[in-house]
Design a protein around this ligand. Structure first.
Ligand SMILES: *[C@@H]1O[C@H](CO)[C@@H](O)[C@H](O)[C@H]1NC(C)=O
Ligand SMILES: *[C@@H]1O[C@H](CO)[C@@H](O)[C@H](O)[C@H]1NC(C)=O
Ligand SMILES: *[C@@H]1O[C@H](CO)[C@@H](O)[C@H](O)[C@H]1NC(C)=O
Ligand SMILES: *[C@@H]1O[C@H](CO)[C@@H](O)[C@H](O)[C@H]1NC(C)=O
Length: 550
């Protein structure tokens, strides 16, 4: 197995622990695609000073719209979420078995920093309305791009949809938004960026379906960059934001660096501090979701951007490092002991959590999950805590304290998607029965059609410490038969793990959009009152799997 260079050079860093200064290494001179093998679609990338920011989609996961930062476009760390709570209606709270928001919520949104008022703006359309969230006063502009803090709040709701939008802060500080599908629009925002003063259609793809646009001002031109779904990217340019726009193809059906995945598309352009341009796109890589790839851009003599492919005309599997820097970010792998005041931004709940039913444990760490819903349906249970899977293969180990589960409670570690499976405890009376459950499924309208069945039972567990492990292969298998597998295992000593149940076949369909995630859950089938504590969680590549401690 060939691992991307950045994973090898960055190595291990515990979540929420600063990398030790002594560990700083020179960066490799090249990187490999994908840059971060995690489900991070609908890329919007930009730079403030020395810091690149990356915003992505989260649908009904909460908090929404993660913000990642990087100093080199290759190594990325989760630092915030632009939408702290999904304020789009009761279904975003997983209110009941029919009032749920699966596959609704946040998609193809935009994030930019505005120097004039020291404010980050996030803009996204959710179910017909456009939401503007802001984070103000972090000093990022004065401090080389570093935000001292994030204080995201909802600042405006517009009664129209900026579908698949991109935000430009022009040289004269005017804010423009590009949006639309097939018919491309530009809107000009008010001086505070919180309302619209003008909008009009500026281009049409005609019979070609285009969407996912971003808008830039480069070399005196306005550039709108939409994706030709789902195979490539167009560039439109004009001397005026209102057009007329000329069109060229930036790339189309360029083979990506992964087999059994879709073509790289969507995403956007970004310039390094030294003036080089790069394009970041994603590849449909189910069962893992949509993962980011990066390639350099050059400019033609008549001033249009061009993708730098490899010698076969394909998206390169490797390029020179965009930026040489000694600044580092935390690696995506490692152990989270949940020691802080809050969850790290690698975690997102399935829908908004019931805040009264979970908290950081404090002391020696952990996150306490009190059963939040009485249901026999994982898809209806609130407070399932999810974590993106790092590919192509990884091992997730959950250290659970199950000592306070109650009769009827179900808790454990899932591979979570519209078709799901889990290993966990079904508590019956005072007996903690270890089970592997598969077959959980949503239908095409995201209603539960299968609550799953017990595929295997293990021993009853008498200790309160239980390690659950999920080993997942998310190597792309798009449009293939279900060929990637995961296994579930358990340990009561943290040293030897025993597989429970058959290998689980991962579903490669696209419709749910989000790829599989690792997830910790706890719900009640009889009555509320029980709890589990997730003491620690580790995610590593095979061969490096660790058993996190209690
Ligand atoms: C495994 O972990 C070690 C240190 O714990 C690190 O140096 C190495 O890069 C890791 N390898 C992989 C494949 O993650
Ligand atoms: C949530 O669902 C319950 C039924 O389970 C219903 O009575 C209630 O009105 C719903 N709440 C909201 C805010 O829609
Ligand atoms: C779920 O909540 C919705 C919205 O309040 C309500 O209309 C519906 O009847 C509820 N359904 C169930 C199954 O409780
Ligand atoms: C995969 O999911 C689709 C629906 O998205 C479903 O029709 C199909 O049966 C699933 N396949 C497996 C093997 O679970």
């Amino acid at each position: 197995m060939r691992l991307p260079v950045n994973f090898i050079t960055v190595g291990f860093a515990a979540s929420l622990c600063a990398a030790s200064p002594g560990a700083i290494q020179e960066r490799a001179s090249t990187f490999s695609n994908p840059i971060l093998w995690e489900d991070l679609p609908d890329i919007d990338v930009s730079r403030v000073g020395d810091v690149f920011y990356y915003s992505s989609s989260t649908f009904a996961y909460s908090p929404g719209a993660p913000v990642l930062k990087s100093y080199d476009l290759v190594n990325w760390e989760f630092v915030s979420h632009s939408v702290p709570t999904l304020t789009f209606g009761s279904k975003y709270n997983l209110n009941n078995s029919t009032d749920r928001a699966y596959v609704k919520g946040i998609y193809a949104s935009t994030l930019r920093y505005r120097h004039s008022n020291d404010m980050f703006y996030w803009i996204g359309c959710v179910e017909g309305s456009t939401y503007i969230y802001t984070s103000a006063g972090s000093g990022a502009g004065r401090n080389g791009g570093e935000a001292a803090f994030w204080n995201w709040k909802q600042s405006a709701v517009l009664n129209k949809c900026y579908y698949d939008c991109g935000l430009l802060i022009d040289d004269d500080d005017t804010m423009y938004v590009s949006y639309g599908s097939t018919n491309m629009y530009v809107a000009q925002l008010s001086k505070d960026g919180l309302s619209e003063v003008r909008s009009q259609q500026v281009y049409t793809g005609g019979s070609t379906f285009i969407e996912g646009s971003h808008i830039y001002k480069i070399n005196g031109y306005y550039w709108i960059v939409p994706t030709k779904v789902p195979v490539g990217e167009w560039v439109l340019r004009s001397k005026s934001p209102w057009g007329p726009y000329e069109q060229r193809v930036l790339f189309d059906s360029v083979k990506g660096p992964l087999s059994n995945a879709g073509y790289a598309h969507q995403g956007g352009m970004v310039q390094t501090a030294s003036g080089d341009w790069w394009y970041m796109a994603f590849m449909d890589s189910y069962p893992g979701g949509r993962i980011p790839v990066l390639a350099p851009l050059t400019w033609s003599t008549d001033g249009w951007p061009q993708l730098v492919t490899d010698s076969n005309g394909n998206w390169g599997s490797s390029y020179s490092m965009p930026v040489q820097t000694r600044k580092r970010v935390q690696a995506p792998t490692g152990t989270d002991h949940f020691m802080g005041q809050a969850l790290s931004d690698q975690w997102e709940w399935n829908h908004n959590p019931d805040k009264s039913k979970w908290n950081m444990a404090g002391g020696s760490g952990g996150v306490i999950l009190r059963a939040a819903t009485v249901t026999d349906d994982l898809f209806t249970a609130r407070n399932t805590l999810t974590h993106r899977i790092i590919g192509p293969n990884s091992v997730a180990t959950f250290a659970f304290d199950i000592g306070k589960m109650q009769d009827g409670d179900r808790a454990g570690a899932a591979l979570f998607r519209d078709t799901s499976a889990y290993i966990g405890i079904h508590k019956s009376g005072s007996t903690a029965q270890l089970v592997m459950v598969n077959g959980l499924a949503l239908d095409a309208s995201w209603l539960t059609i299968n609550k799953g069945s017990v595929a295997a039972t293990g021993p009853t567990v008498t200790s309160s410490n239980l390690w659950l492990r999920v080993v997942a292969d998310i190597t792309p298998a798009l449009y293939e038969n279900s060929v990637r597998q995961a296994t579930f295992s358990y340990s009561t000593d943290g040293a030897s793990f025993t597989q429970l149940g058959p290998a689980y076949l991962l579903n490669n369909t696209v419709d749910y959009f989000t790829g599989y995630r690792y997830a910790a859950f706890n719900f009640a089938t009889k009555s509320l009152g029980g709890q589990v504590t997730l003491k620690s969680f580790s995610m590593d590549f095979p061969g490096n799997a660790t058993s996190p401690s209690f």
